[in-house]
Design a protein around this ligand. Sequence first.
Ligand code: PGA
Length: 248
Amino acid sequence: MQKLIVGNLKMNMENLSQRDTYGKDFLEEFKQMKTKNHVAVCPPMIYLEYFYKLLNKTGVSIGAQDCFWELYGSYTGNTSPKTIKSIGAQFVIVGHSERRQYNHETDEDVARKVLMALRVELMPIVCVGYNSGGEEIDNVKEQVEFIVKNFSQDEIENIIFAYEPVWAIGSGKTPTTDDVHTMIMYIRSIIAATHGKECAEGVGILYGGSVVAENVTDLCTKTYADGVLVGGASLSPRKFAQIVRMLN
Ligand code: PGA
């Protein structure tokens, strides 16, 4: 089955010259890349159009790192999923732990964003795993259940989950493959409890947190993840391309 490899560039490339250098190197790596998998990159919102135009012919998809929960109106500073879609993006990350932490996003906010993303046929990548102080497993249960209970089976099939243990993000530390596998199965079981086994098996579940070329094969294949969400290592087009190659 095809894996999905998503690069989350976060709030990097803080000027045009850095963006251009990154874009040039990225294009160099990916223009000849042959991969059976699906690759996507999520740049800062302001560069979405640039990256869409740059990578349009490479087969690399574009995603946003967030969106708002309304499609238009007086919401200063927010970006409509419709605008994101109109630029050519295919994905939108929602509920990343950094947004839950720094922007105080709740499960309800995340669900509202998912609803609007689905309405304009943007595929939401819902990040779960934030540890708010209790047991991580309870956090994951709450976050996944909130989505699962608020969306129909048809909708759930168009949502991707990304399991990201917060302590693994940017730390260079990763859980064991057994632990990742257990969490992925657990997320599937939560989906299955409401929407049935068949639906649960069709939902994409990614792993994210300190993924690099050296660990991606184990973290993705041994765990039966449907792909990976890559932060730090995607800031180097060369390292990101290595990750993609490892999964070929
Ligand atoms: P990392 O980030 O790969 O730098 O750990 C992952 C993420 O935040 O999605």
